[in-house]
Design a binder for this molecule. Structure first.
Ligand code: NAI
Length: 344
C-alpha cells in the first residue's frame, strides 16, 4: 500500500480520493492544514505528499520533505507555478494533473461573463428583497461582439467554441498559435484594442506576469469586460481597480487573484480583510469574484483523483509518466521524459 500525506484537504476531496485510492491501493491520510514550513514535518514516514494549488512549495519546504524521506510530490492541479521546480530537481519527483476538465474552467469563464454582462449578481440580490426594479441592469448582446482569448490551449479552445456558439467573433493571442484552430490570431496589443471582452487562458510565467497592467488597460476599449480564470499574477490588481475607477473598464470577473493564497478557499466572513485591493475590488458593483472554483465540477474532481492516484502508482512502478514535470521540460534536448525516462 502506497501512503500519501494529503495536505490542505477540502470536504470535496475525500470521497473521490478515497474511492480511487482503494481501487489502486493508495492510502491517503488527510490533513486539513496547508503544506508549509511548519506542517511539512508531518510527511515523515509517508511515501509521498499531495499538495493543493495554493500551497507554496518553496525550496525550504522541499528540503524539509527531502530530509524526511519524501521523494514524491503529487500536485492535484494543472498549474505548477507555486512549486520551485528547480529546487525539487534531483530530490523530489513532481507530478501534476495536466488536464482534468477543460470544460469546467471554460464553462465557468462563460458563466462569469454572462453574469457580469446581464447583472445577474445584482438581480439575484434585489429580488431576494422584493426589489423588482430594472435600473442599472442593462447588458449587451454577446452576439457579434468581439471576444479576445489569450491562450488557446485545452481550456482556451473549449472557451473559443462556447463563444462561437453565442455568435461572437473570436480574436486570439497565443505564444504558440495553433494553425488548425479556426480563429483570427492577432498580436496581443491588437487583441487589447479590438476586443469587447477579454478572457485569459494562458499559464503564468515570469515573462507574462502583469500582462494586464495600466498600460494594457489604456489600450483596451472603453467598457471592456475582463475575465480571469487563469492565474492572478497575470493581472495587476491595483491597475484593475484604477481602470474601474476611471470608468474605463466595464466589468471584471476574477476566479483567481494574485494574493489569493491565504484568503481563497477559507471562510473569512466575520474577519477584516487586510488586502485593500481585493476589498475594494469586491466592493465595486461591476466586479465578480469567485474563489478559484472554476475547476470545481464532479467530473473534474474524479479525473483529478484518478490521475493523481495513477501518478503515484506509476512513480513506484518505475515507469515514465508524461505528467512528471521538471525545469528541463521546456528544453526538448534535455528532456528525459521525451525519451520515456523519469526526469532524473
Ligand atoms: P494549456 O497548456 O493546454 O494551454 C495554455 C496555452 O497558453 C498554450 O496554448 C500556450 O501556448 C499558451 N501560452 C503559454 N504562454 C503564453 C503567453 N505568454 N501568452 C499567451 N499564450 C501563452 O493549459 P490549459 O489546460 O488550457 O490551462 C490554462 C491555464 O488555466 C493554466 O495554466 C492555469 O493557470 C489555469 N487553470 C485555472 C483553473 C481554475 O480553477 N481557475 C484550473 C485549471 C487551470
Amino acid at each position: 500500500m502506497i501512503r500519501i500525506a494529503f495536505f490542505d484537504t477540502k470536504s470535496f476531496d475525500r470521497v473521490p480520493f478515497d474511492t480511487f485510492g482503494k481501487q489502486y491501493e493508495v492510502e491517503y491520510v488527510f490533513f486539513e492544514s496547508r503544506l508549509n514550513e511548519e506542517t511539512a514535518q508531518l510527511a515523515k514516514g509517508f511515501d509521498g505528499v499531495c499538495a493543493f494549488v495554493n500551497d507554496p512549495v518553496n525550496k525550504k519546504i522541499i528540503d524539509i520533505l527531502y530530509e524526511n524521506g519524501v521523494r514524491l510530490l503529487l500536485l492535484r492541479s494543472a498549474g505548477f507555478n507555486h512549486v520551485d521546480i528547480k529546487a525539487a530537481f534531483g530530490k523530489i519527483h513532481v507530478y501534476r494533473v495536466p488536464a482534468y476538465s477543460p470544460y469546467a474552467i471554460a464553462e465557468h469563464a462563460m458563466a462569469l461573463l454572462l453574469t457580469a454582462n446581464r447583472r445577474i449578481h445584482k438581480a439575484y440580490i434585489r429580488t431576494r428583497e422584493y426589489n423588482f426594479s430594472l435600473n442599472e441592469l442593462m447588458g449587451v448582446d454577446l452576439h457579434e461582439k468581439v471576444i479576445g482569448v489569450v491562450g488557446t490551449g485545452k481550456i482556451g479552445k473549449v472557451f473559443v467554441n462556447i463563444c462561437k456558439g453565442f455568435g461572437m467573433h473570436v480574436l486570439a493571442y497565443d505564444k504558440y498559435p495553433d494553425p488548425n484552430l479556426d480563429v483570427e490570431y492577432t498580436e496581443l496589443d491588437d487583441l487589447f484594442m479590438r476586443s469587447d471582452f477579454i478572457s485569459l487562458h494562458c499559464p503564468l510565467t515570469d515573462e507574462n506576469r502583469y500582462m494586464i497592467d495600466s498600460s494594457a488597460i489604456q489600450k483596451m476599449k472603453k467598457g471592456v469586460g475582463i475575465i480571469n480564470t487563469s492565474r492572478g499574477g497575470l493581472v495587476k490588481g491595483e491597475d484593475l481597480l484604477e481602470g474601474i475607477k476611471q470608468r474605463h473598464i466595464g466589468f471584471v470577473c476574477l476566479d483567481v487573484y494574485e494574493e489569493e493564497g491565504d484568503i481563497f478557499f477559507e471562510d473569512k466572513s466575520g474577519h477584516i480583510l487586510d488586502d485593500d485591493v481585493l476589498r475594494n475590488l469586491i466592493a465595486m458593483p461591476n466586479v465578480i469574484v469567485t474563489s478559484h472554483q472554476a475547476f470545481l465540477t464532479r467530473e473534474a474532481l474524479n479525473n483529478i483523483a484518478e490521475t493523481t492516484t495513477k501518478n503515484a502508482v506509476d512513480y513506484f512502478n518505475g515507469g515514465s509518466n508524461q505528467n512528471e514535470i521538471c525545469y528541463h521540460c521546456t528544453d526538448i534536448k534535455n528532456c528525459r521524459k521525451a525519451r520515456k525516462e523519469k526526469c532524473f
